[in-house]
Design a protein around this ligand. Structure first.
Ligand code: ZN
Length: 173
């Protein structure tokens, strides 16, 4: 079963593993799902706690996630990461480092290349987009839920292991 990357509705037909796009009844062919689609996310930390969102749409509806999303054409992953957090959670993050770059082939066959940053925020409350995020919470590392979308656990484990490297001075290049 395939899901539209834009709205989360089931996208029928096609086979990403064979290079043909599933089609969303509202958004048409979802070509993003058949390449190493670029994504960016942020492990958001403050005071030792991690900020996670709960997915409001498929896939992994109702599961917690490291906030993030697709990189737009011509957009730097760092810019996309900050933008996605603002869109999903209504807060501004400051990126503090690079956790890693992950190639994620989900069980459904989507192939995502995800740049994951570390970041922090001064925000005390989130204003989530209900189409994207149904809940949010700060977690102590030991209390991070097992119901994490995709392979997001690896991102958190790498962050916990201190694998984060500093960003270049301009934060981008
Ligand atoms: Zn759609």
């Amino acid at each position: 079963m395939w899901f539209c990357d834009q709205c989360g509705r089931e996208a029928a037909g096609g086979d990403p593993l064979a290079g043909t796009a599933p089609t969303c009844p509202e958004h048409g062919p979802r070509w993003r799902l058949i390449r190493n689609a670029p994504c960016a996310g942020v492990v958001i930390e403050r005071g030792g706690l991690l900020l996670l969102g709960k997915r409001a749409k498929q896939p992994f509806q109702g599961w917690w996630e490291v906030p993030g999303g697709f990189v737009e054409r011509g957009e730097h992953p760092a810019t996309a990461a900050v933008r996605e957090v603002r869109e999903e959670l209504g807060i501004d993050v400051v990126l503090t480092g690079l956790v890693g770059i992950y190639l994620e082939d989900s069980a459904r066959g989507e192939s995502l290349q995800v740049t994951v940053y570390a970041g922090t925020t001064d925000a005390t409350t989130c204003v989530p987009d209900p189409a994207e995020v149904s809940d949010w919470a700060w977690f102590a590392p030991a209390d991070v839920p097992h119901e994490l979308a995709g392979r997001h656990r690896i991102r958190i484990d790498d962050w916990l292991a201190g694998r984060t490297v500093p960003l270049p001075a301009d934060g981008l290049s």
